[in-house]
Design a protein around this ligand. Structure first.
Ligand code: PGA
Length: 247
């Protein structure tokens, strides 16, 4: 079964989340894919209320790199679990760019998430400049190696890698199947070299970046891809149900 992660980003109030799930849950066939909704912090309680017992996972989009203390404005892994989250996105390119999250910070966040037994969706991906200067592989290698530094191989079972080329996010210009396969092969090679053959083969790798109803089927056929991470196309409940039906 393919894995589909919905990233709401900074969208939906509590009331809008409520209306979304009433509509979505009435129509979705949740057996079509392994689904996770990564919601804004303020919608987690509502997400938990609706998703509990449905087999659909609840996730957040970020967490603090410490578990408690002097960290004004942050939310810890412990708090996420308490709010019902089972998963968390770490290292999304919007956070790397806007909030200057380094691979070192991301590594700390991954360790905190593991400690709290959260499933992790680690986002990696090159910028347009890196792509144009043929630095894609170098970028991916550094993001994975530094992001997963100090982890034990068995901890990879809780980690999914999302290949999200920055140039393909939120603009309708998805990467081609060939480009996806090239990057996924490289990601799996880093995992094989740094951990084991098993890690390279069995770690789940998703693609994210302008996935929609028209391209999802060909993207899911890309070699080495286990699913997709969806931003814009998950915000309309009816549209998202249609998209899931194609998985
Ligand atoms: P998009 O976003 O599907 O709107 O391109 C994907 C993401 O940033 O996770």
């Amino acid at each position: 079964m393919k894995k589909i992660v919905a990233n709401f980003k900074m969208n939906a109030t509590v009331e809008e989340t409520k209306r979304y799930f009433i509509n979505f849950l009435a129509k979705v066939d949740s057996a079509k894919a392994e689904l996770t909704f990564c919601l804004p912090y303020t919608s987690l309680a509502t997400g938990n209320y609706f998703l509990k017992g449905t087999g659909i996972k609840l996730g957040a989009q970020n967490l603090a790199d410490e578990d408690e203390g002097k960290c004004t404005g942050e939310i810890s892994g412990r708090m996420l679990v308490d709010a019902g989250a089972e998963a968390v996105i770490i290292g999304h390119s919007e956070r790397r760019a806007k909030f200057k999250e380094s691979n070192k910070t991301i590594n700390k966040k991954i360790k905190v998430a593991l400690k709290n037994r959260l499933d992790i969706i680690l986002c990696v991906g090159e910028s347009l400049t890196e792509k144009n200067t043929l630095k894609t592989l170098e970028t991916l290698k550094a993001q994975i190696e530094e992001g997963l530094k100090g982890l034990y191989e068995n901890e990879l079972e809780n980690i999914t890698i999302a290949y999200e080329p920055i140039w393909a996010i939120g603009n309708g210009k998805n990467a081609t199947v060939k480009e996806i396969e090239y990057a996924v092969k490289a990601i799996r090679k880093v995992l094989t070299d740094d951990f084991s053959e098993k890690a390279g083969k069995e770690t789940k790798v998703l693609y994210g970046g302008s996935v929609n109803i028209k391209n999802i089927q060909s993207i899911l056929k890309a070699k080495g891809i286990d699913g997709v991470l969806i931003g814009g196309a998950c915000l309309d409940a009816n549209g998202f149900v249609n998209l899931i039906n194609l998985a």
